[in-house]
Design a binder for this molecule. Structure first.
Ligand code: 2AL
Length: 243
């Protein structure tokens, strides 16, 4: 099956790292197609950037609707444009934040999120509320590590994330860690070893979920909210992106 991974930011280096993380867990019969928007911010660390990223995901989902991937993963922790992609595409569309919260809830009685910039914590907290994980998520912790600095992750950055995770586990009395950025995906195995608790990278979980749902013949419901967008005229640079 062809599984589409959309990196909502426009960093080609991060798209490559996400693709590698996806391929590392994909089944032999799964081809990972990794893309990024044709416009927008290189990293997503605030609402303005997230708004552009959501439009970028809508763009990529519209383009992919021409070939309809078996499943799609939206690989940024804010899940930008997730619902727009569900309208555009027939197969399951999985956001890495929602997938990670679900996995963490299956594996622990309470989890903590360790993310990048402190200013993005409120965005993650709102996602926790939107998806209904307030009872399982015991805290969201910023590290003030910039998303793009994860591209070339030096040992001191890994140590900083590990220290933040240890503090979160103690302070929140939680028993699993959700990594709050797609750029942290390459660190998951190492952190799992050193922390000794489940460390959840949403990219890996979302890929496996996408594969599983597609293999079961389960697709996005086209009844109601996620039916195809209505045909209408789009203008400006989005001229070719309508139905
Ligand atoms: C992210 C992410 O996953 N990709 C990105 O550009 N920003 N998440 C975050 N919390 O900053």
């Amino acid at each position: 099956m062809k599984l589409l991974v959309i990196n909502p930011n426009t960093s080609a280096v991060m798209t490559g790292a996400i693709a590698q993380a996806a391929r590392a867990v994909a089944s032999p019969g799964t081809e990972i197609v990794a893309v990024q928007p044709g416009f927008g911010p290189q990293s997503i660390e605030g609402p303005h950037e997230e708004a552009w990223a959501a439009a970028g995901v809508a763009e990529q989902a519209r383009l992919a609707s021409e070939w309809q991937p078996a499943a799609t993963v939206v690989a940024c922790f804010g899940d930008p444009g997730l619902e727009a992609a569900r309208e555009a595409l027939d197969g399951p569309v999985i956001g890495i934040a929602e997938a990670a919260f679900q996995a963490a809830s299956l594996l622990s009685s309470g989890f903590s999120v360790v993310t990048t910039m402190t200013r993005t914590c409120i965005m993650a907290e709102r996602l926790v509320q939107r998806y209904g994980f307030e009872h399982q998520c015991r805290g969201v912790h910023g590290t003030d590590i910039a998303v793009l600095s994860l591209e070339d992750c030096p040992p001191q950055t890994v140590a900083q994330i590990e220290a933040a995770a240890r503090e979160a586990l103690a302070r929140d009395r939680s028993s699993a860690i959700v990594l709050g950025c797609a750029g942290m995906a390459p660190l998951c195995r190492q952190l799992t070893r050193t922390l000794g608790v489940p460390v959840i990278d949403g990219v890996a979980v979302a890929v496996k979920w996408g594969e599983a749902l597609a293999a079961l013949g389960l697709a996005t419901s086209k009844h109601g909210d996620y039916a195809r967008p209505l045909p209408k005229t789009y203008t400006g640079f989005a001229q070719k992106l309508g139905w």
